[in-house]
Design a protein around this ligand. Structure first.
Ligand code: HH2
Length: 269
């Protein structure tokens, strides 16, 4: 199966990479349509940053940010392009699903009953702690065994509870050091082998600036991490992942077309 692209649409003032660029609803809708035209099959709309240390957003404010954008995009997007809601708040999730979202991307790992109720796919992501606490000295004995085991149990629970489809996501950067992120990416074939569709989000994340610094040793700012982001998206696709969550849709679609052709050639499923 080809790896598909989920385009990131952060309707926030403070996201780590594109904060403030799409807080205006008209701009957000235009960006969503642009990503769809570039080949994104899912547009993931979020109204609360989850970067380490981010301040929680009140429910009313999050609803005010995402609901008009979802409604406008649902009216204008081609039917084949899915809208996803990136939230951890049950009420925001419910209203977003009513406003046209048909995938629930929930970094808390808790909202699957709502996906069961609405009969939409759900993303089960691994996170250690909360965005406020997750980067305080995360420790694992065996990060792949612990994260993949957690995801297998969570997916089982959600499927048994009536969720029609569960994507599993190792939660790159959510309570993980650079070494943990790299180990999880190296271990992706093991997660794919569990048989559930795998979603991976590495786009522009901080560890890429550590792994691939500027020649002077400094970390490139998030928008300058495109090549590093493409390397990880390409890696994820080559490992058999089902979806990558990215800011830079057009170059990712181009890179994945090549990986898809190569995988067909070698007879991968
Ligand atoms: N990463 C972010 C947000 N949501 N959802 C899933 N399923 N997987 C991820 O890796 C993931 C996610 C963080 O990235 P971003 O949305 O670009 O930044 P911010 O949280 O600052 O808005």
């Amino acid at each position: 199966m080809a790896c598909t692209v989920m385009g990131i649409l952060n309707v926030t003032p403070d996201s780590f990479s594109d904060g403030g660029r799409f807080l205006d609803p008209e701009r957000a809708v235009a960006r969503g349509l642009e990503m769809a035209a570039e080949g994104a099959q899912v547009i993931d709309v979020g109204g609360e940053s989850t970067r380490p240390g981010a301040e929680p957003v009140p429910e009313a404010e999050e609803r005010r940010r995402v609901l008009p954008v979802l409604r406008a995009l649902r009216a204008e997007l081609p039917a084949g392009v899915r809208l996803s809601i990136d939230t951890v708040k049950p009420k925001v999730a419910e209203e977003a699903l009513a406003a046209g979202a048909s995938l629930l991307n929930d970094i808390s790992g808790r909202l699957w009953p709502l996906a069961a109720e609405a009969q939409v796919p759900w993303v089960a992501m691994h996170m250690r702690g909360t965005p406020q606490t997750m980067q305080i000295d995360p420790v694992y004995e065996d990060v792949c065994r612990e994260v993949f085991g957690f995801l297998a149990r969570l997916a089982e629970e959600a499927l048994a509870g009536g969720v029609p489809e569960v994507y599993v996501d190792p939660g790159i950067g959510f309570g993980k050091t650079t070494a943990h992120n790299l180990e999880l990416l190296r271990g992706l074939p093991g997660l794919v082998a569990q048989g559930r569709p795998v979603l991976v989000g590495t786009s522009r994340k901080r560890f890429l600036g550590v792994v691939a610094p500027e020649p002077d040793g400094s970390a490139p700012p998030p928008p300058a991490r495109l090549a590093a982001s493409l390397a990880t998206a390409t890696w994820a696709a080559a490992c058999g992942c089902a979806m990558v969550r990215v800011h830079d849709v057009a170059p990712t679609v181009q890179a994945l077309a090549v990986v898809g052709s190569l995988r067909e050639e070698v007879g991968a499923a």
